[in-house]
Design a protein around this ligand. Structure first.
Ligand code: TMP
Length: 208
């Protein structure tokens, strides 16, 4: 693949969407060929699946059904958007990816991680992020940032969200080469500086 695939991960309210968008705007202003996506989402079909997944009235959804729907949304965005963009040499910034399923459905719901990884391989066509920025913030602080009505996943217990964060920290220890942890600072610009310090040298290397 000629392009670069960069994903953003983190537990609820960590500021991941704000930070990834800030980076997108910066890279665009510097003339990089970059696209921005969120997961689940990024295509019309994936956005419809997102609606089903986050709808609080779907409380009776089974864990397997939930995991497979996240994977289905992913398979669609990979095929329709991510793969062609990477083949075309673009930088793809994606707000969440397979790591989210490993921590939210695996560590959070207790589903088998090996099974999730095996299904993940099919849904992603084996495409892996070149780099993942993990924004880390204590769970209680993150949940406080949520102002809107909670969605089906946000509604889950504090213990669930604590397992999610623990899962992320475990993944970061397992894959230190790919997953770079960034501590969230109360000042947005400071967090953004930390992210750029990691990403910009890698993109400059690619351009050489
Ligand atoms: P967002 O709020 O970051 O846009 O993500 C949507 C929600 O979906 C969030 O609560 C995390 C959750 N999620 C999973 O549980 N599994 C996944 O595979 C993905 C991509 C997201």
């Amino acid at each position: 693949m000629k392009g670069k695939f960069i994903t953003f991960e983190g537990s609820e309210g960590c500021g991941k969407s704000t930070q990834s968008r800030m980076l997108y705007d910066h890279l665009k202003s510097k003339g990089y060929k970059v696209i921005y996506l969120r997961e689940p989402g990024g295509t019309a079909i994936s956005e419809k699946i997102r609606g089903i997944l986050l709808d609080p009235s779907n409380r009776s959804m089974s864990g397997v059904s939930e995991m497979l729907l996240y994977m289905a949304a992913r398979a669609q965005v990979i095929e329709e958007v991510v793969r062609p963009a990477l083949l075309g040499g673009k930088i793809v910034l994606c707000d969440r990816f397979l790591d989210s399923t490993i921590v939210y459905q695996g560590y959070g719901l207790g589903m088998d991680i090996k099974t999730i990884k095996a299904i993940g391989k099919i849904s992603t066509c084996g495409i892996k992020p070149d780099l993942t920025i993990l924004l880390d913030l204590p769970v209680t602080k993150g949940l406080k940032h949520r102002q809107h009505k909670k969605d089906r996943i946000e509604e889950r217990s504090l213990n669930y969200h604590l397992r999610v964060r623990k899962g992320y920290l475990k993944l970061a220890r397992q894959e230190p080469g790919r997953i770079k942890m960034v501590k969230v600072d109360p000042k947005k610009n400071k967090t953004q500086d930390r992210i750029r310090k990691i990403i910009l040298p890698i993109l400059r290397q690619k351009a050489k």
